[in-house]
Ligand binder design. Structure first.
Ligand code: GSH
Length: 251
């Protein structure tokens, strides 16, 4: 895939940002023959984007970071929709492949750049557990968080206690998964932990008390201490998300 750069040369660091400009995709799409550093279209505060940054850190992989200004609708521009018709961040563009959905990006990155890594084990049974946790995150835990919190944050809706109870139930499930093991899919850090920690840390911004669950608390502290580059990859973006929440909820 050829992308015409409209801005100056990109930083190779996952933490350094670039001037906020979109890039024009030139059609037709075809596989590139040379290996290039993957581009990540992202927003720092976004939990799914933070999960990708955490995975890149864990793989010691550099990404070209490209900010997408959601508030001004950059994700709806035709050149972005060609990359990702769902108009969401994150979107990864790597050597002719444009891929959305953070959890698909995480597993792709390990498959491509971390062959043999315990971050996404190759053993079918071990991998099945990681996949289950990833689907639990997208389909239950983060889904319920979004159902509860985003109507309040972006729509000014009143708090719905029933929705909060569903979030709480999801946290109980997570607590059960963590019983007797260090990480969410066993005793190694995996992409499931990175996805889930990006989700769960966002609960801080909504004042949801997840630390009352003993296994979740222990796991949260463990992942914060052991996920490579945690502070840069998740901590900073989380602060940005909290800032956004405060600026909206204060109004
Ligand atoms: N399931 C998707 C969710 C992505 C998503 O909803 N991203 C939000 C930001 S956190 C977004 O891009 N919203 C803009 C839009 O939908 O237009 C993933 O994990 O990648």
């Amino acid at each position: 895939m050829e992308i015409k750069q409209l801005s100056e040369e990109q930083s190779p660091s996952v933490v350094q940002q670039e001037p906020r400009q979109l890039h024009v995709l030139t059609v037709p799409i075809y596989p590139s023959t040379k290996l290039t550093m993957p581009d990540l279209y992202y927003v720092p505060g976004s939990a799914p984007c933070r999960a990708v940054l955490l995975t890149a850190k864990a793989l010691n992989l550099n990404l070209n970071l490209k900010l997408v200004d959601l508030h001004h609708g950059e994700q709806m521009k035709p050149e972005y929709l060609k990359l990702n018709p769902q108009h969401t961040v994150p979107t990864l563009v790597d050597d002719g492949l444009a891929i959305a959905e953070s959890r698909a990006i995480l597993t792709y990155l390990v498959n491509k750049y971390g062959k043999g890594s315990t971050l996404y084990p190759e053993d079918p049974k071990a991998r099945a557990i990681v996949d289950q946790r990833l689907y639990f995150d997208i389909g239950t835990l983060y889904q319920r968080f979004g159902d509860y919190f985003y109507p309040q944050l972006f729509g000014g809706a009143p708090e719905d206690k029933e929705k909060l109870a569903k979030v709480d139930e999801a946290l109980k499930f997570l607590d059960t998964f963590l019983e007797g093991q260090k990480y969410v899919a066993g005793n190694n850090l995996t992409v499931a932990d990175l996805s889930l920690v990006a989700s769960v840390s966002s609960f801080e911004a909504a004042n949801i008390d997840f630390l009352k669950y003993g296994n979740v608390k222990r796991w949260y502290e463990t992942v914060k201490a052991t996920a490579p580059g945690y502070e840069e990859a998740n901590g900073k973006g989380l602060e940005a998300f909290k800032g956004l929440v405060n600026s909206i909820m204060k109004k």
